[in-house]
Design a protein around this ligand. Structure first.
Ligand SMILES: [Zn+2]
Ligand SMILES: [Zn+2]
Length: 307
């Protein structure tokens, strides 16, 4: 079967093949032409890009041939997904129950997504696992698991309001894509602009004030990586970047919550970022949540753009 959904091993959601099939949401908004668009001090900003290390066995690029995506290719994408006046809200759909700390992480993640994309982001009321049929849930190795395919293909399309450009479900339960699989970190449909991710495997111990930032750092990374795909950004091979494909938690942890100059240009152009205000907001968020390494990268970028 020709795939319209892609198993996501951590962040690896989409491939180039799916790009041409994605739903055309809107392309007729007035934008600067590509030649008119350049981030301020772009050449200097590009000097901050750090080259990707040679992939180790098991890393994403050791198993996947990727072509990357230049700004020009992004600009010329006839099926580019852009917000319009009527379709411009990112919806977050929590599923199931959450502990107090998990709930805080889901709420902060929603806040972060809004700051990152500069689009109104609305968290819908949680729905219970009862919205998922019994035969789309299971207990596996002692873990309750939800069927991710059912969520993105059957559940979320019904939940997405008309003004929603993207809907993403988040759960604290483990996910599985297929009875033959042990688990999946998340799953998404390019066609339906739906995705689901779980924080189940994002913390090694019970969440508390001292360790919650590890889980938060992972889920904001997954969420913004996935939603960037939904805005037609493909995997990045330009530099160390939020949009690199990654195969496992360790590789994912080695990537920043920051876009390289090429990927930042794509989203800044497509979503009309106010770059400095956006970076200030993100840096404040990161400093508030002990994500100093990520904040330091953004601060360097900001300083160059502000010159
Ligand atoms: Zn990906
Ligand atoms: Zn990039």
């Amino acid at each position: 079967m020709k795939k319209i959904l892609i198993l996501m091993l951590l962040f690896a959601l989409f491939s180039c093949k799916e790009e041409s099939k994605q739903t055309k949401v809107i392309v007729n908004k007035v934008k600067l032409t590509k030649d008119d668009f350049k981030l301020p001090n772009y050449e200097e900003l590009t000097l901050l890009n750090e080259p990707l290390p040679d992939p180790k066995p098991g890393d994403w690029l050791s198993e996947h041939d990727e072509n990357g995506q230049s700004f020009d290719q992004y600009f010329k994408n006839k099926n580019l997904v852009s917000p319009s006046k009527k379709i411009n809200i990112i919806y977050i759909q929590p599923i199931g129950t959450f502990t107090d700390w998990e709930k805080k992480i889901i709420d902060w993640n929603t806040t972060y997504i809004q700051l990152f994309f500069g689009l109104k982001t609305v968290q819908l009321d949680p729905i219970t696992e009862e919205s998922i049929p019994n035969d789309k849930q299971r207990i596996h190795n002692g873990n309750e698991q939800l069927h991710a395919g059912y969520i993105i293909h059957s559940l979320l399309p019904k939940k997405k309001p008309k003004d929603g450009i993207v809907i993403m479900a988040l759960t604290a339960k483990d996910l599985y894509p297929d009875p033959k699989w042990n688990f999946v970190f998340g799953l998404a449909s390019y066609e339906k602009q739906t995705g689901v991710s779980s924080i189940f495997r994002y913390s090694d111990e019970k969440l508390n004030k001292e360790n919650y930032h590890i889980c938060l750092r992972r889920i904001i990374k997954t969420s913004t990586h996935e939603i960037s795909h939904m805005f037609s950004v493909l995997h990045c091979i330009e530099a160390i970047c939020l949009m690199n494909g990654v195969n496992n938690l360790k590789e994912g942890d080695s990537r920043p919550n920051a876009l390289c100059s090429v990927c930042l240009s794509k989203l800044s152009w497509n979503l009309n970022f106010n770059d400095l205000e956006r970076m200030d907001n993100l840096i404040d968020f990161m400093n508030e949540h002990h994500l100093e390494e990520d904040a330091a990268i953004l601060s360097k970028q900001r300083a160059i753009i502000a010159k």
